[in-house]
Design a protein around this ligand. Structure first.
Ligand SMILES: *Cc1c(COP(=O)(O)O)cnc(C)c1O
Length: 461
């Protein structure tokens, strides 16, 4: 395969893409694959001799699509969305063609500068204060890890990176029980330890309570532990819980603690000014993460971290060995110093394409529709016999239950075997509940209405 062949096959791939998207509604959303089904169809070893692309492509079509859960299916209501607006897919094709590595400004000037400008476009689109700078990571987990490492180093007066943690005081991180498991993972990797995430109980509205946060910090201090930072959640993964930011950030500031806001899913909705009350006070945060690859429509992966002051994170993560030195260094941004890996993809391009091809108004309209349709289907489910709404819609996410835990679980299995829609579960208030989130980029009102049709079909008689 050479570059002339690439031209031919790119067109074949584009045709396949068109047909794939046209046919998505006829496919079951969740893969009907049993474990091992796919691996069994592949030879045990790599071929010694080149194979024709015709055969490789034929195998792709025969094996892969049926072995996929279709995240771009308009009736994907599981987890959170991982969208891929067509304009962002196109940008990813161009990124793949140049295959540049954006570790330093010098190694991809356009990638670095477009990244910085896109982060600023998004900052403004989300209504964040002008002082925030930022970078694009692969995932929210990486951004949260970077924030937790920064908390650690800041609390240890920058000695942890140098001397290690043995002999260091016991570091403490504060978060509610509604925060994502990426906080646990980051605490593990950062050497802080999962047991040192202090879980602050939430009140009725599922926000951490500022008095309890303050009490926990004071108690830890009296035990000679070292409070390092607070992780705040906006739009938690389970039922969409949000912390009341302003009073919690005030407590953190009083104790000189670093604050990180995880708005991985809900952040996209903040392009709608009328929804921003959800994160009132966010301008006081030190670090904020949201994933444009979730609700906004940027092809996976694309996670933006805003920083009130990049300096502490760069001090924590930046290394400048001789072989990475560039002459321009003193005044240009080398984004590898803001994150964990050295090598970085050119992720700004798909944001550039996305934001221009749909415009903020086009993206807002989608998000507003999703929220409206989620409310409609919530009302419809309440009226069905045996069903109860267990958590009310937070943006476009709510949960429901059918009769009992066992009945709910059995129903969920029937729903996903049926294939017309895809839903997933969580536990809330000790109960097994089914989550519904509306957020796929091409989703229509009829697609959401299918939830009601499926629930009725599967519970009648
Ligand atoms: C999805 C999600 C994450 C994890 O995001 P990744 O980008 O997959 O690492 C973290 N927090 C919240 C609230 C999320 O919704």
């Amino acid at each position: 395969m050479n570059h002339d062949d690439l031209n031919h096959w790119s067109k074949r791939a584009a045709d396949w893409t068109r047909d794939y998207y046209r046919g998505l509604r006829d496919r079951p959303v969740r893969a009907r694959t049993a474990p091992g089904d796919i691996a069994r169809q592949l030879p045990r070893s790599a071929p010694e001799q080149p194979e024709p692309m015709e055969r490789i492509f034929a195998d792709f079509k025969a094996i892969v699509p049926d072995g996929m859960t279709h995240w771009q299916h308009p009736r994907f209501f599981a987890y959170f969305p991982a969208n891929a607006a067509p304009a962002s897919i196109l940008a990813e094709q161009l990124t793949a063609a140049m295959a540049a590595q954006a570790m330093l400004w010098q190694t991809s000037p356009a990638a670095s500068e477009i990244e910085a400008v896109m982060v600023d476009w998004l900052r403004e689109a989300l209504g964040l204060a002008a002082h925030f700078k930022g970078t694009i990571h692969d995932s929210a987990t990486t951004a949260t890890l970077c924030a937790i490492l920064t908390m650690r180093e800041r609390a240890l007066d920058w000695q942890g990176n140098k001397t290690g943690l043995s002999g260091a005081p016991r570091l403490r991180i504060y978060a509610s029980d509604q925060t994502h498991s990426s906080i646990d993972k980051s605490a593990r990797i950062a050497g802080i330890g999962q047991d040192n995430i202090c879980r602050i109980p939430t009140s009725q509205n599922l926000s951490m309570q500022p008095e309890l946060l303050e009490r926990a910090i004071n108690l830890d201090k009296s035990n000679n532990f070292l409070p390092a930072g607070v992780i705040l959640s906006i739009g938690g993964t389970s039922v969409g819980a949000s912390d009341n930011l302003a009073p919690l950030i005030a407590v953190a500031k009083r104790h000189n603690l670093y604050t990180h806001v995880d708005a991985a899913w809900a952040g996209s909705a903040m392009i709608c000014p009328e929804l921003r009350e959800l994160w009132a006070g966010v301008d006081g945060a030190d670090s904020i993460v949201f994933n444009p690859h979730k609700w906004l429509g940027a092809q996976f992966d694309c996670s933006v971290q805003f920083l009130a002051d990049p300096a502490p994170q760069v001090r924590t993560l930046g290394l400048r060995p001789d072989y990475l030195a560039t002459l321009e260094h003193s005044y240009l941004t080398d984004f590898n110093e803001w994150t964990v890996p050295l090598g970085r993809r050119f992720r700004g391009l798909k944001l550039w394409f996305l934001l221009r091809a749909y415009g903020l108004e086009g993206l807002r309209e989608r998000i507003r529709n999703h929220i409206r349709w989620a409310a409609e289907i919530r009302d419809e489910i309440t009226a069905l016999p045996g069903f109860e709404i267990t958590t009310e819609p937070r943006l476009s996410l709510f949960t429901f239950r059918y009769k009992s835990d066992a009945e709910t679980e059995a129903l969920l299995t029937r729903i996903n075997d049926d294939g017309r829609i895809y839903l997933t579960q969580t536990r809330h208030d000790e109960k097994f509940v089914i989550r519904v989130q509306v957020g796929q980029f091409d989703c229509t009102r009829d697609d959401v209405a299918m939830i009601g049709i499926v629930l009725r079909d599967l519970t009648k008689g």
